[in-house]
Ligand binder design. Structure first.
Ligand code: GUN
Ligand code: ZN
Length: 430
């Protein structure tokens, strides 16, 4: 049993600002045993209780590790493909790179870049689109395990309208997924997500085979895309003869362990169905801007009672930082006539606790007793603009807003998952 006392300025959102909660910001000490926060109080209390425990002083602002609920591992190296709408971007930028994942060595190198990039950006938990190849998806799980990233991910499956080299069949998808589930689901902090790419690339048979895979183990997740782009939505409605959301529902793929990305162009009946089934939506604002998909109707989601979280959607999204996604979410609501006026507390909640809730991880996304010590220290280097702004911030709300406005990976000095720093894990692996 190892115990460490961490103390500093801790900022989190234990209560939901969308329903009246506020930011919690206090100088406090956390007693962390075997990766879990066992006590929270003053430094004097923690030291009195455990005089021999090592004490780690945290600088700057300490936040819960960020939770990215939608990101594509095979697309790391194609970030920045600007200027195309979704379906053209898929054909010209994303799918050619996804096909390169057939080479296990290439996939393993990208998996290393991806998992270390997420942690450097302060993301300690992620729901990740794997690759269309089982060997590449294995490489992703191996990289997550080595780096301590808390990850839910799966083999991406599609059997039409992609490139032939990315197509599978309903039978093969089920066999490959079952093998990956037996290797990775429930191992440490890894879990499996059944991942049909999107309804446009799936026959009804493939979607049904995905639903059958869900019965293979408890606590499996489902993730996919929905209502991202008008041309895509029209094509799905034409193929299935129903709404986009209904296509997933008929196959049995909606529920409290399902996270669908985007939902920019949702009908009212679809929002009601998402709320009724407990399906969560991952809002991916920088991708929605970059691919010209549209401004997310957040108010309609909140009024319908749909669970929301945040996703970077790399490589449609323009980088791994959830600070940028929070800022873009704020911008988009500023630009909509019915926009929700978001505060820094809303942004932090979306980037942490709301994501943890979407992933059914109550012990993640906050810094209270019982949570895993998954945390990030935001301590910009002296001389940077963000350091100057934080030094003069009148209070924690303003400091947090400045972090979302200007923070990058370079401002995150240390990252911990399950009480172990990413730096320590990297040096042990070397
Ligand atoms: N829809 C189907 N595949 C993708 C993808 O890779 N990125 C985005 N943004 N949307 C998709
Ligand atoms: Zn996506």
């Amino acid at each position: 049993m190892t115990t460490t006392i961490f103390h500093g300025l801790l900022v989190d959102t234990p209560t939901d600002p969308f329903t009246g909660g506020t930011l919690r910001a206090e100088q406090a000490a956390l007693t962390v045993t075997d990766g879990v926060i066992r006590a929270r109080g003053t430094l004097a209390e923690a030291r009195n209780a455990l005089p021999d425990a090592p004490v780690v002083a945290l600088a700057g602002v300490v936040l819960p590790g960020l939770v990215d609920t939608h990101v594509h591992f095979p697309q790391l190296r194609i970030i920045g493909g600007l200027g195309l709408p979704l379906l053209d971007w898929l054909e010209r930028c994303a799918l050619p790179e996804e096909a390169r994942m057939a080479d296990p060595g290439y996939a393993a190198r990208v998996a290393g870049e991806f998992t270390s990039g997420l942690l450097a950006a302060g993301t300690t938990t992620a729901l990740v689109f794997g690759a269309h190849y089982a060997s590449a998806t294995d490489a992703l799980f191996r990289a997550a395990e080595a780096t301590g990233l808390r990850m839910t991910a799966g083999l991406v499956v599609g059997d039409r309208h992609l490139r032939p080299d990315l197509h599978t069949t309903p039978e093969r998808a089920a066999i490959d997924s079952a093998e990956l589930i037996s290797r990775w689901h429930g191992r440490g902090s890894l879990r499996y997500a059944v991942t049909p790419r999107f309804a446009l690339s799936a026959t009804e048979e493939l979607l049904r085979s995905c639903a059958e895979v869900l019965a293979l183990a408890p606590d499996l997740f489902v993730t996919s895309h929905v209502n991202e782009n008008p041309a895509e939505v029209a094509a799905v409605e034409e193929l299935f003869g129903t709404s986009y959301t209904e296509a997933y529902h008929r196959a049995g793929l909606l529920g409290g362990h399902t996270v669908l990305a985007h939902n920019v162009h949702a009908g009212d009946a679809e929002l009601a169905l998402l709320a009724e089934t407990g399906t969560a939506v991952s809002h991916c604002p920088s991708s929605n801007s970059s691919l010209g998909s549209g401004l997310f109707p957040m108010r309609r989601h909140l009024e319908a009672g749909v669970r929301l979280a945040l996703g970077s959607d790399v490589g449609g999204g323009t980088g791994l930082s959830l600070f940028k996604e929070g800022l873009q979410a704020y911008f988009h609501q500023q630009l909509r006539p019915d926009g929700v006026p978001l505060t820094a507390a809303h942004l932090l909640h979306l980037a942490t606790r709301a994501g943890a809730a979407a992933l059914d991880l109550p012990g993640v996304g906050h810094l209270g007793v019982g949570a895993s010590f998954d945390a990030i220290e935001v301590d910009p280097a002296a001389g940077t603009t963000l350091a100057a702004v934080l030094a003069h911030a009148p209070g924690p709300d303003e400091a947090l807003a400045a972090i979302f406005a200007g923070g990058t990976s370079a401002d995150i000095s240390r990252v911990w998952t399950s009480g172990v720093s990413a730096h320590t894990r990297a040096s042990q692996a070397a």
